[in-house]
Design a protein around this ligand. Structure first.
Ligand code: BGC
Length: 759
């Protein structure tokens, strides 16, 4: 609907009616106004399927929702690194929403996987903001192509479940920009979600719901967001302050209570009516965008969508280990499937994203046609302790087979919305069964079902590991097809698997103390930390194997020197050198060779998934702009590139860099340095112009660099290096006390500082 028309409609509303639009009509609907022909529209959870509740609404997945199709969760879709695939998945979700009359699907959820313990990691994409924002962007594009909205969530710095409704995430400005905001930024600026959902928590002491800095200054003024901001369910605390900060829609309904506060505030002059009008306009704009583009002819074909869920699952399963090319198995080998997850896979997480799957295919069911497959339950899913009888039976079956696949992972009680994990281990009974099977059977493959990393104490004793993440309702078919080579695995890890929990950079500060969690690791999240610390990891970020091999060649940069305002084109040739068709995820990292600020060793700046037939070569191209080289400078509150050399790296993973080339990037921005009497002599000497000022003033003296130190008879007590360091780190005010023959008075010192600030 045109803006003028919307304004006209709003002009016909009473203040009470306008205020009522600022909260939900009920648990899942926006307000309607039949008198003016304004419909109430529905929003529903997702995001990896439709959780549409007809009655008995809740935001925790307690009550039933309509039968729908469960696609792989965010952890898995990120591992596909396939934007096209996820866009197509989004299209299907959009169509399902059209068929069911849902105006907005509540997702994607892009919060950074700061700690492996976050209970909701399974919904989230990555430890890396580029992966999170690109994959979320693909989903948004797909859904919204069907004239259905998305709600990118949970904005902002909501990286744990512990005290999620009251905790303050204490995060410094640079870290917020480079990691936590960045996960949202690209998706918001490039794919324009209809809505953004603000999180429950506080950010540096201010509730996300009333945080004008992020809801308005960053989201709207900087990023150009033009949809409406809705609260997470129950995240509103001070309705009037929230509205002023930029929170348009409160969800769910507050039964009119908060609407009254809005009316009162306008009446007593503490809230401008235009702010209410603006929120109503933003909400109605999206209501009508949906209503005017309704397609009631779309049918929710669950079986057809199931097939798509299967295709997606095939690309979300990561082959972590494949010693002696144990996989793929040949179908004429006797293989035993062990573990309750073979029969009843864990394929989605608990909580508000929980889908009522219309069917679920397990690996065992998919294997029905293969008479060489046997099965042993092995363990009880929700239990730590070993069931000795089940174990003995599994060991016996493993002895009789040519190979064993143990289906393992985290049960629902270990990982869910609402609480965080306490440790990174799988249930004891599962770790034990893997060890026991490996004792009697040399060909063991483990298939994992989990939303975030687990420790693998048995890793050296098994030949193969498949990380199936939470692969959706068709996961069993995808697992079977990968195990037996009908599908070539092509996913890679969107996160690091540390050797042990204690290695994780957030370990000392997760989930924080009482109502506060301080992100002390700063920008060093995931591989940014492990690389900097040169630590061994279990599996690095970006790692994933294939049944074929890929060769990288001819890394080319179209320039070897650019200004930070110019773009750099990067290309390389990738060849499938094996004898199976396969897909490779090519990763481009950028490393700043020398920097005056502390930076990660390298950062992922681009990626692409290429599909190659045996022997085929394709040239993969990327374009890098300023952001690929920049860090966030907190002095100018902007992205900044320091002039100098950078290395462009092309890799199979963050720890398998195959090719690299250097480029010189010249900064076009001069950051002014402001000197005070506390500035060090070293800082002054760094810039040739300010250096000249000091040298002229103290020519031929120690300060001007004209004289060396006096020869000491003992020699070693005061080395040249020590003298140099003492001078370098001396504040200018030190000249007052240590200037010796160059000593100057306070007034003269201030004049010197003024002159330094003028050059
Ligand atoms: C969750 C959101 C969800 C909402 C509605 C909240 O508890 O944090 O992700 O969309 O409930 O169910």
């Amino acid at each position: 609907m045109k803006r003028e028309k919307l304004k006209e409609l709003i002009g016909q509303m009473t203040l009470e009616e306008k205020a009522s639009f600022c909260s939900g009509a009920d648990f899942w609907h926006t307000q309607g106004l039949p008198r003016l022909g304004i419909p109430a529209v529905m929003v529903s959870d997702g995001p990896h399927g439709l959780r549409k509740q007809d009655e008995n609404a809740d935001h925790l997945g307690v009550n039933e929702s309509i039968p729908a199709v469960c696609f792989p969760a965010g952890c898995g879709t990120a591992a596909s690194f396939n934007r096209e695939l996820i866009k197509e998945m989004g299209k299907t979700l959009g169509k399902e929403c059209q068929a069911e009359g849902v105006s907005v699907i509540l997702g994607p959820a892009v919060n950074i996987k700061r700690s492996p313990l976050c209970g909701r990691n399974f919904e989230y994409y990555s430890e890396d903001p580029l992966v999170a924002s690109e994959m979320a962007g693909a989903l948004i594009e797909g859904v919204q192509s069907q004239n259905v909205g998305t709600s990118i969530k949970h904005f902002l710095a909501n990286n744990q479940e512990t005290r999620r409704m009251s905790c303050s995430s204490q995060v410094d400005e640079r870290t917020l920009r480079e990691i936590y905001l960045a996960a949202f930024e690209g998706a918001v600026t490039k794919k324009k979600p209809w809505t953004v959902m603000c999180s429950y928590n506080k950010i540096n002491g201010v509730y996300a719901a009333e945080n004008k800095k992020y809801l308005t200054d960053v989201l709207r003024d900087e990023w150009g967001f033009d949809g409406y901001v809705m609260s997470d369910w129950g995240a509103v605390n001070h309705r009037v302050a929230d509205l002023e900060a930029g929170l348009d829609l409160e969800m769910p309904s507050s039964m009119g209570l908060n609407d009254k506060q809005i009316v009162e505030a306008v009446r007593n002059g503490s809230l401008k009516e235009e702010i209410v009008d603006q929120a109503v306009e933003r909400i109605l704009n999206m209501v009508f965008r949906f209503e005017e583009n309704r397609d009631k002819t779309v049918i929710f074909d669950r079986d057809k969508d199931h097939e798509q869920a299967r295709k997606v699952a095939e690309e979300t399963i990561v082959l972590l280990k494949n010693e002696d090319n144990i996989l793929p198995f040949s179908e004429d080998k006797k293989i035993v499937f062990i573990g309750a997850f073979a029969e009843k896979p864990r394929y989605q997480g608990g909580g508000s994203s929980h889908i009522n799957s219309h069917k679920v295919i397990s690996a065992l069911e998919e294997a029905k046609g293969n008479s060489n497959i046997t099965y042993a339950k092995g363990y009880l899913t929700e239990q730590e302790e070993t069931d000795e009888q089940l174990l003995a039976q599994a060991v016996q079956r493993a002895k009789e087979a040519d190979g064993a696949v143990v289906f393992a992972g985290l049960p629902d009680s270990f990982e869910s919305e609402g609480f965080d994990r306490m440790h990174m281990s799988m249930p004891k009974c599962q770790n034990r069964i893997i060890e026991e099977i490996a004792r009697v059977q040399p060909n063991v493959v483990v298939v994992l079902h989990n939303g975030a990393p687990v420790e693998m104490p048995w890793l050296s004793k098994v030949k193969g590991v498949l990380e199936a993440y939470l692969g959706g309702q068709a996961v069993g078919s995808a697992e079977y097809d990968i195990l037996f080579g009908k599908v070539n695995p092509s996913a890679k890890l969107p996160e690091t698997f540390p050797v042990k929990l204690e290695d994780n950079p957030s370990y000392l500060n997760f989930p924080g103390e009482k109502d506060m969690v301080t992100y002390k690791e700063g920008i060093f999240v995931g591989y940014r930390y492990y690389d900097k610390k040169k630590m061994d990891v279990l599996f690095p970020f970006g790692h994933g194997l294939s049944y074929t091999t890929f060769e990288y060649k001819n890394l080319k940069l179209d320039h070897h020197r650019i200004k930070d305002t110019e773009k750099l084109n990067v290309s390389l040739d990738v060849t499938n050198t094996g004898n199976r068709a396969g897909k490779e995820i090519v990763q481009i990292y950028v490393s700043d060779k020398e920097s005056t600020v502390i930076r990660p060793v390298k950062e992922l700046r681009e990626f692409s998934k290429v599909d190659l037939q045996p022997g085929e070569t394709k040239t993969v191209s990327f374009t890098l702009d300023k952001r690929a080289f920049a860090y966030y400078n907190t002095q100018i509150h902007d992205w900044h590139v320091e002039s100098g050399e950078f290395t462009i790296m092309a890799g199979r993973s963050s720890r398998d860099i195959v090719l690299n080339e250097d480029i010189y990037v010249e900064s076009t921005v001069n950051i002014p340095v402001h000197f005070t009497t506390d500035s060090t002599l070293g800082d002054v000497m760094e810039n040739p112009k300010t250096r000249e000022v000091v040298e002229n003033l103290f020519a031929a003296s120690t300060l001007g660099g004209g004289q060396g130190k006096e020869e000491s008879s003992e020699g070693a007590a005061v080395s040249d290096e020590m003298m140099e360091a003492m001078m370098k780190y001396m504040p200018l005010r030190g000249i007052l006390s240590f200037g010796g023959q160059d000593a100057i008075g306070i007034d003269e010192l201030q004049r010197l500082v003024d002159r330094l600030n003028q050059v």
